[in-house]
Design a protein around this ligand. Structure first.
Ligand code: A3P
Length: 289
């Protein structure tokens, strides 16, 4: 929505922009005081990095390929966001292993999380593709400010003023988590390159042995063209006044490298230079580099 003032839509929490409508003082307090169990599983992403994809894969791994949950429960209830107002009821009553989502940066995590150390799968994506996906997403949702121009949104994104803050701080923060044994790092691009191998690695991390037939079944359900048809995961259940999928769908392209169709050469160059400065001390080898 281009016609609403940003301060009407957003709040700043621990230095990061969040959505006022969903992230209320009550929901943020709930998350801050949340009682984690060691068996819990957390899917952690910067927005537009493959969250809903993970909300499909992880439940299928835990059910050993039984599709009932992903066929009957919307992704946002199946693997709820801990920071969102909509989900603050009854999570305590869920049986283990519970699976949750969060877009929080590492330094926003609670002391309870740091103490209990539930398992985390942290998914990263090429930030130029994140930016591209985010630009389309901002235009289709009523609860984000539509970018007036691409350049304006580019600066907002790079300067960490987009919702959930700086992509750079997000990735650097989680990559330098004090304890990493309970964290599995994977990228969207690895999943695109070899989904079967990625599912296998996740199943191992989650201590859920799956035979090759089950892995193949899960992979087949989760490839873009098949997952796009699942109305429990493609956001078609979301009212169109909140998310208008007529112009651009939530499961939009599902590829690596779409930034080439979106950024001008000058913008890509500016982005790369910014990236180089921000990431120069990061030792992790990213697939997109
Ligand atoms: P694009 O807009 O580039 O298509 P998130 O769930 O974190 O908001 O991320 C959304 C992005 O993940 C979208 O990217 C969406 O198409 C992509 N995505 C979702 N499911 C996918 C799948 N099964 N395979 C590949 N990409 C997927």
């Amino acid at each position: 929505v281009a016609d609403m003032a940003e301060e009407d839509l957003y709040i700043v929490y621990k230095g990061v922009h969040l959505i006022k409508q969903t992230h209320t003082p009550e929901s943020l307090k709930y998350y801050d005081e949340f009682s984690f169990r060691p068996e819990d599983i957390l899917i952690v992403t910067y927005p537009k990095s493959g969250t809903v994809w993970m909300q499909e894969i992880v439940p299928l791994i835990l059910s050993q390929g039984d599709p009932v949950v992903v066929d009957t429960v919307p992704n946002w209830s199946r693997v709820p966001w801990l920071e969102s107002r909509a989900f603050i009821h009854n999570l305590d009553q869920r049986p283990s292993p519970r699976v949750f989502t969060t877009h929080f940066q590492y330094n926003m995590m609670s002391t309870g999380f740091l103490k209990v150390k539930p398992r985390v799968i942290y998914v990263m994506r090429n930030p130029k593709d994140v930016f591209t996906s985010y630009s389309h997403f901002s235009r289709m949702t009523s609860y984000l400010v539509s970018p007036v121009t691409q350049t304006e949104f580019l600066h907002k994104f790079l300067d960490g003023k987009a919702i959930f803050g700086s992509w750079f701080n997000h990735v650097k923060g989680w990559l330098s988590a004090a304890e990493q044994q309970h964290i599995m790092y994977i990228s969207y691009e690895e999943m695109i390159l070899d989904l079967e191998a990625s599912v296998t690695r996740m199943a191992q991390f989650l201590d859920t042995p799956l035979d090759s037939e089950m892995i193949r079944k899960i992979t087949d359900r989760c490839v873009f063209k098949n997952m796009k048809k699942n109305k429990m995961s493609n956001y078609s259940l979301m009212p169109s006044k909140m998310m208008d999928q007529n112009g651009s769908e939530f499961l939009r392209k599902g590829i690596a490298g779409d930034w080439k169709n979106h950024l001008t050469a000058a913008e890509a160059e500016y982005f790369d230079e910014f990236y180089r400065k921000q990431m120069q001390d990061v030792k992790y080898t990213f697939v997109w580099d």
